[in-house]
Ligand binder design. Structure first.
Ligand SMILES: [Zn+2]
Length: 264
């Protein structure tokens, strides 16, 4: 695509940009771009073991098997649009003090051991995983980039600057990407639909937020800084689960407690 070269074409171009601005659902990037960005972020994370101490899979196979079992249950709902395209790979980050989880574009999921230890049952972890998977499947990172950088990105795309150079600039900063509130709500809604299609108690995610609310504020910073306002989320999540008439009741509390003892 070339930058238009006649006044008439410019009008069309401006209309295109204005239209893009007006709609939060547009995405200037392809799913393939999400994958490449995720691959790059995964490499950056692997190359920074002090900042991201990945728990070795070979030495902790049963923990990874347990968590991959939850991810598989969520994937098998058939509700993820990019089930086959994205990676859906989980890595645990070994830091007992961090209550957080995040996902890259393209579905690389990172969960801190601190969060796993903090949670009480499998449905709560399934809720957090479903929420992170929803962010990736709904392509929130590239959609957010599309909104924030609309004009400059349109020009970059129009000028053909879609190679790895552009990726180099944004990869690392995205790890701490904070999603807009509307994307957080969208991820919560999709997480409930995912959980509702499994055997898990569908408001597991609400259980997690309720626990956060009852925790002393000094231990909260990480997750709350990227996931604000748990109070209203709890109500909304519970209401969605009721509205959807979710029937699942599995919490696997005892199995979950046993798994926690496998952690370093
Ligand atoms: Zn989120």
């Amino acid at each position: 695509m070339k930058i238009p070269d006649t006044p008439f074409r410019y009008i069309g171009f401006v209309v295109l940009v204005a239209t893009l601005y007006s709609c939060a659902n547009y995405n200037l990037y392809t799913p393939r771009y999400d994958q490449r960005l995720g691959d790059k972020m995964k490499r950056e994370i692997e190359n920074a073991p002090l900042k991201y101490p990945i728990l070795a899979e070979a030495e902790h196979q049963r923990i990874y098997d347990y968590i991959n079992g939850i991810v598989d249950a969520l994937l098998n709902t058939g509700l993820l649009r990019y089930k086959d395209e994205f990676a859906w790979e989980v890595k645990l980050l070994d830091d007992a003090d961090v209550l957080n989880a995040f996902v890259t574009p393209g579905g690389y999921i990172y969960v801190y051991t601190g969060l796993i230890k903090y949670l009480e049952s499998e449905d709560q972890l399934a809720g957090v995983l479903a929420h992170e998977m929803a962010h990736a499947d709904l392509r929130h990172a590239s959609r957010q980039m599309s909104q924030k950088n609309s004009l400059s990105t349109v020009l970059a795309v129009a000028g053909g600057a879609t190679g790895t150079g552009y990726l180099t600039d944004i990869g690392a900063s995205l790890v701490s990407l904070k999603f807009s509130r509307s994307f957080e709500k969208e991820a919560d809604r999709m997480a409930i639909r995912l959980l509702c299609a499994t055997d898990y108690q569908a408001d597991g995610l609400a259980g997690f937020f309720e626990k956060l609310e009852s925790t002393e504020s000094t231990r909260l910073p990480a997750f709350l800084s990227t996931h604000p306002n748990p109070g209203k989320r709890v109500e909304k999540i519970k209401k969605s689960a009721t509205d959807l008439n979710c029937q699942g009741s599995t919490t696997n509390r005892r199995t979950y407690q046993r798994m926690k003892r496998w952690l370093p």
